[in-house]
Design a protein around this ligand. Structure first.
Ligand code: SAH
Length: 261
């Protein structure tokens, strides 16, 4: 059996219980050494074989997994954050299909979520943004032509931009070209949930200079949008004047306020 496991964003205790239990049982762990916290490997059995995929190709990863799984070993492929976000696990699964091996995906906490936590932020504030665009700048990996930063910026939705902290001058230009004003709030979250996490609040127009000031060139997410501002509407879901399937409306509850001590 092969398990693709989300390791979480960095902090060792942000892996799921299921992920940790599988690490404890694994006979082979192939982990993404560039971003997965090596502290997670402490859960492995002493006899577990551990390989760092940062130095391997797709073919080498498959060549390591297949014989182990065929021999009845428990194989773990440990991806950073959640595998579904820039994890490149689909190509592994498709290659594995021809070997008739069983696999399962165990989700993890993406850095998308860890960055919001580091910012004390909600991406989907009522009347500010009800959509989150997860994207990246085009680099050596191309981006489809209708999915450029400027196209998305035109929506003024919350944007979470991966894999782009080395191209911030260009990124801020694209965001402004798309319709964000230079003073739109933005934030750079470096190594969310790691002990050396850095949170830099800035604006779209000052992304590049802010990253340079704090020496951030990689392992960061760029978040953009008015969800980082102070204006928003309160939710209807918890509004006493709003009724729904679980609760009748009762405007008198607007007066309910604990004492300040
Ligand atoms: N699957 C991962 C993303 C892998 S792509 C996830 O769900 O988070 C690698 C990119 O993710 C990095 O270049 C960086 O942009 C971002 N990233 C990963 N971990 C991060 C963290 N702890 N803090 C900030 N950004 C992170």
């Amino acid at each position: 059996m092969i398990y693709f496991i989300g390791a979480g964003p960095g902090a060792v205790d942000l892996i799921t219980v299921k992920g940790k239990e599988l690490l404890e049982k694994a006979d082979l762990i192939i982990y993404a050494g560039s971003l997965v916290n090596p502290g997670l490997l402490q859960y492995a059995k002493p006899e577990c074989v551990i390989m760092d995929s940062a130095k391997m190709t797709l073919e080498e990863v498959i060549a390591a997994m297949v014989p182990a799984a065929q021999a009845g070993k428990l194989v773990v492929r440990l991806h950073t954050g959640d595998p579904s976000v820039y994890g490149a696990h689909r190509e592994q699964i498709d290659m594995l299909r021809s070997y008739n091996l069983d696999f399962e995906i165990v989700p993890g906490v993406s850095s998308v979520c860890a960055a919001a936590a580091a910012l004390d932020a909600e991406y989907t504030l009522p009347n500010v943004s009800q959509s989150v665009i997860i994207t990246r700048m085009e680099g050596r990996t191309p981006v489809p032509s209708k999915q450029k930063i400027a196209d998305y910026a035109a929506h003024k939705a919350t944007m979470v931009i991966f894999l782009s902290s080395g191209m911030l001058e260009k990124l801020q230009g694209e965001l402004i070209k798309g319709g964000y004003t230079a003073d739109t709030p933005a934030a750079i979250v470096y190594k969310a949930s790691w002990p050396d996490e850095k949170v830099v609040r800035c604006t779209v127009g000052t992304l590049a200079e802010s990253a340079a000031k704090y020496n951030i060139t990689k392992t960061a997410l760029i978040t953009v949008g008015n969800f980082l501002g102070s204006e928003y509407d309160r939710s209807e879901l918890y509004n006493p004047t709003f009724a729904h399937g679980y609760r009748a409306a009762d405007p008198s509850k607007l007066e309910l306020k604990p004492e300040v001590k």
